[in-house]
Design a protein around this ligand. Structure first.
Ligand code: NAD
Length: 289
């Protein structure tokens, strides 16, 4: 029951009404018996500073933050987690008695989704395609969590420089060795995938307006013992994952990353573990997964 003690967490982004996060977090609060609600607020960069101020003034427990605010909101906060600092992006704010700390749980969610499937990539090499927000979070978190080597591929667009910056940061601040290559260099792509244990798509290719499209030239780049992951979850099986399935690879879409980034935010706000087994079943029942 909502009452005078109900705590509030926000979700600040624009556009935001389509997001599954409030439904998911509110079911998790209900399941855990926590008197808290998440509400979505249409907030873009133009009113972000005031919206963050409201977290303090209203005594909100915190907020999720999504596009276009993830890379901007840090300057309005008091502290950043080491990962949020390195990634340069915040998707979760926690308010501890007026002190606002920013976290990035996207990479945590990716790593936790692998762990949930019994997959351990620490000490191993992975190849990640993409240099945008999702890719950077995955690459930095993987490096912080002990992945030995990361090969990054991206097309030579405006994101390539961000990929070069990620490589610099990983090589400087972690024990992981990172490199970046042009996605058009198919010889390098084949070579780097060959000794990787995992290949991930962290670009938007495969979802609208790029449905049915992948950057993977053909299935000869894959092998049955390669783990293949996609950040995309709509459609649940992208062209990229279809190719992985054809070769007999173990594959995962972005549902796990989405669930576990939310579980990490839930834990930061409440200090409690989200009941992820219940949430998986509930997300399927309500048709989100
Ligand atoms: P972004 O806009 O920050 O980055 C886009 C990336 O796609 C860049 O690397 C860009 O170079 C690449 N790209 C764009 N057009 C391309 C093309 N024609 N060929 C090859 N590469 C191309 O986006 P983002 O926020 O990083 O999101 C990327 C994907 O990850 C989206 O599909 C998003 O829905 C998904 N995502 C999933 C989760 C999750 O929890 N599962 C979380 C965040 C993002």
């Amino acid at each position: 029951m909502l009452n005078g003690y109900t705590e509030l967490v926000g979700l600040m982004a624009s556009p935001i009404r389509h997001s599954h996060s409030p439904a998911m977090q509110n079911e998790a609060f209900r399941r855990a018996g926590i008197n808290c609600v998440q509400l979505a607020f249409e907030v873009d960069n133009s009113c972000l500073k005031e919206a963050v101020h409201a977290i303090r003034i209203l005594g909100m427990r915190g907020s999720n933050v999504s596009m276009p605010n993830k890379t901007v909101v840090g300057k309005y906060l008091d502290k950043l987690s080491p990962a949020a600092q390195l990634i340069g992006s915040v998707n979760t704010i926690v308010n501890d008695h007026g002190v606002l700390t920013g976290y990035c749980t996207d990479g945590i969610g990716f790593m936790a989704s692998l762990k949930d499937e019994g997959i351990d990539i620490t000490g191993k090499k992975i190849t990640v395609v993409g240099a945008g927000g999702a890719a950077t979070a995955i690459q930095i978190q993987a490096a912080l969590d002990g992945v030995a080597e990361i090969s990054i591929f991206n097309v030579k667009d405006q994101f390539y420089e961000a990929g070069e910056e990620t490589v610099r940061k990983i090589n400087k601040f972690t024990d992981c060795k990172a490199s970046i290559y042009d996605l058009a260099d198919h010889a390098a792509l084949r070579r780097e995938i060959a000794d990787s244990c995992l290949l991930s798509n962290a670009t938007g290719l495969g979802m609208k307006p790029y449905e049915g499209i992948t950057w993977l030239p053909d299935t000869t780049f894959l092998r049955p013992d390669l783990i293949v992951t996609d950040t995309v979850y709509a459609p649940p099986v992208t062209k990229f994952l279809e190719m992985a399935r054809e070769v007999g690879c173990r594959y995962m879409n972005g549902h796990g990353m989405m669930l576990f980034q939310g579980a990490a935010a839930f834990q930061l706000w409440t200090g409690k573990q989200m009941d992820v087994d219940h949430m998986k079943q509930w997300l399927r029942e309500v048709g989100i997964f």
